[in-house]
Design a protein around this ligand. Structure first.
Ligand SMILES: *[C@@H]1O[C@H](CO)[C@@H](O)[C@H](O)[C@H]1NC(C)=O
Ligand SMILES: *[C@@H]1O[C@H](CO)[C@@H](O)[C@H](O)[C@H]1NC(C)=O
Ligand SMILES: CC(=O)N[C@H]1CO[C@H](CO)[C@@H](O)[C@@H]1O
Length: 498
């Protein structure tokens, strides 16, 4: 055999490996486009002509009328039609973060991702337009949940709920401030005036959150609980909001705010004045931002060569709580490899934690750093590998060979717990379908008539089983905070598929 035929043979072997491995590779670009499109299906308010998810129509056009404040717009958080500001704001912050980190890799989808952020920030400008008040929610959740109704038909009470100086809500207000500040960075070059407006409002809302401290659970508990009430307190949101404001303003005031509170972070101290225990270094979700704060601040301080800062060591501890080989792992993995953590719809955890792993890996790379978990040394590439495994599981590399993203792959959830998706669209059925008339669609065994493309559901149980049942909302309901960090992950793996 001559040299060239050896080369040819090697090439052949390499191709075979590629062919055999083909099952493992995914069309991340397709999944990315879809993950962003999903947000159009969650839109509340008057839809623009550019709306691509055509089966959705205008809805909730009178939100805010009863208090004389325009509250039209924003997102429905999940399969219902309430506008919960707390998870909406967290989804927005993380979506903006996804774009800030990975927007350059998104190609034509960048524009849609920016529009998805703006759909929320336009709403938050309205929700914070009256000084001294922040709209925490629109829609009576009990009235809403009692019906299985399309958003376009909604006739349940659209009550607005606000926090104020007298009845504060630092968690919801500071998270909105974080969302506005993160988004202001996004529009800085493309729309400086809008960006300045967002930042100005972020500053005001953060001041309000900080000055009038308290949890909205104390005043709005009967309405925000048990849906999105506080479990972890508001300390994490104040730090998170201040961190984003520091990134957006570079004002030392905000960095001092964050670092001055670092002792509590390091010692798990329960500080006075409503500052609650800050020990959740392994948590990142709509209620708890701690791991996100640590990752973000450790990067800000890494450049300052402050390697001994508690944010950095807490971010390392976070990584060690995730890695399967870590001696201090605190999450579990299903037999098929999906990360599990207690609390709510599980899919939010593998996705938001993987997003942090990926972002932190890039920060570590820039700083030529690795993570030590006991005797284990984890280089940035290991963090990315763990994150990729989670994304691949979600897209179909799992015991059921199914994708957990609606409209992606050959096999995906058909009966998602989602009012708009499960009831015939207004195009197909123009007449109103009232509160209880929707029940037949809820109970039906048929697949949902409207594809909520890109929606990622709560996911399988801890044995990798998925029953595709509308009633089992823990498994079958999509949420905006499941998708927001996935957008960043998919953008990265689209351009770095290995
Ligand atoms: C949040 O809820 C938890 C659990 O009920 C409670 O212990 C805590 O005091 C609340 N935090 C605030 C800031 O109200
Ligand atoms: C999933 O795919 C693998 C490999 O093609 C196959 O062996 C397995 O039987 C499939 N499982 C299901 C539940 O379809
Ligand atoms: C989780 C939690 O703290 N829930 C409480 C929030 O506030 C309401 C009303 O004040 C209580 O009923 C909840 O138990």
């Amino acid at each position: 055999m001559g040299r060239s035929s050896i080369r040819l043979a090697l090439f052949f072997v390499a191709s075979m490996i590629t062919v055999l491995g083909v099952q493992a590779s995914h069309d991340y670009g397709d999944a990315l486009s879809k993950s962003i499109l999903f947000f159009e299906g969650q839109r509340s308010g008057k839809l623009p002509v550019s709306q691509r998810m055509k089966w959705r129509k205008n809805s909730a056009l009178h939100d805010g009328d009863q208090i004389g404040v325009d509250l039209v717009g924003g997102y429905y958080d999940a399969g219902d039609n309430v506008k919960f500001s707390f998870p909406m704001a967290f989804s927005t912050t993380v979506l903006a973060w996804s774009v800030l980190e990975f927007g350059k890799l998104m190609g034509p989808d960048l524009q849609y991702a920016m529009e998805a952020v703006r759909w929320a920030t336009d709403y938050f400008l309205k929700a914070t337009s009256v000084p001294g008040f922040v709209i925490a929610q629109v829609g009576d959740p009990y009235g809403d949940h009692n019906c299985w109704e399309r958003p376009e038909d909604m006739d349940t009470p659209r009550t607005p709920y606000a926090v104020s100086r007298k009845y504060p809500g630092s968690e919801v207000s500071a998270e909105i401030a974080a969302a506005l500040a993160a988004s202001s960075l996004l529009f800085k070059t493309s729309n400086p005036r809008y960006s300045a407006r967002l930042l100005n409002r972020a500053t005001m809302v953060f001041d309000f959150a900080d000055k009038y401290r308290g949890s909205y659970n104390d005043s709005l508990g009967p309405w925000v609980c048990p849906f999105y009430c506080n479990f972890s307190g508001y300390y994490d949101e104040l730090l998170w909001g201040a961190t984003w404001l520091y990134k957006a303003t570079t004002s030392p005031y905000y960095l001092n705010y964050v670092t001055n509170n670092a002792p509590a972070l390091a010692t798990n101290a329960v500080a006075a004045a409503g500052f609650h225990k800050y020990s959740n270094f392994a948590e990142f979700g709509w209620d708890t931002k701690d791991a996100g704060v640590n990752v973000l601040v450790s990067n800000l301080l890494m450049s300052a060569k402050a390697n001994s800062n508690p944010f950095h060591s807490n971010a390392d501890k976070f990584v060690c709580s995730i890695l399967p080989e870590s001696p201090t792992k605190s999450v579990t993995y299903s037999p098929g490899g999906l990360l599990f953590k207690t609390g709510g719809s599980n899919m939010q955890h593998p996705i938001s934690l993987s997003f942090l792993l990926l972002v932190y890996a890039r920060y570590l790379s820039n700083a030529n750093s690795v993570v030590h978990c006991g005797n284990i040394v984890a280089p940035p590439s290991r963090l990315i590998q763990v994150a990729k495994r989670q994304v691949d599981y979600i897209l179909g590399n799992n015991p059921l060979n199914m994708s957990y993203m609606v409209g992606y792959g050959k096999k995906f959830p058909q009966r998602i717990h989602h009012r708009a998706s499960s009831i015939p669209s207004v195009d197909k059925h123009p007449a109103q379908i009232s509160c209880k008339d929707g029940t037949q669609y809820y109970l039906s065994n048929d697949p949902n008539p409207n594809l909520l493309t890109g929606a990622v559901v709560g996911g399988p149980d801890s044995n990798d089983k998925y029953s595709d049942s509308r009633a089992l909302f823990v498994q079958s309901e999509p949420t905006t905070y499941i998708n927001a960090p996935l957008v960043g992950l998919l953008a990265y793996f689209k351009s770095s598929p290995v």
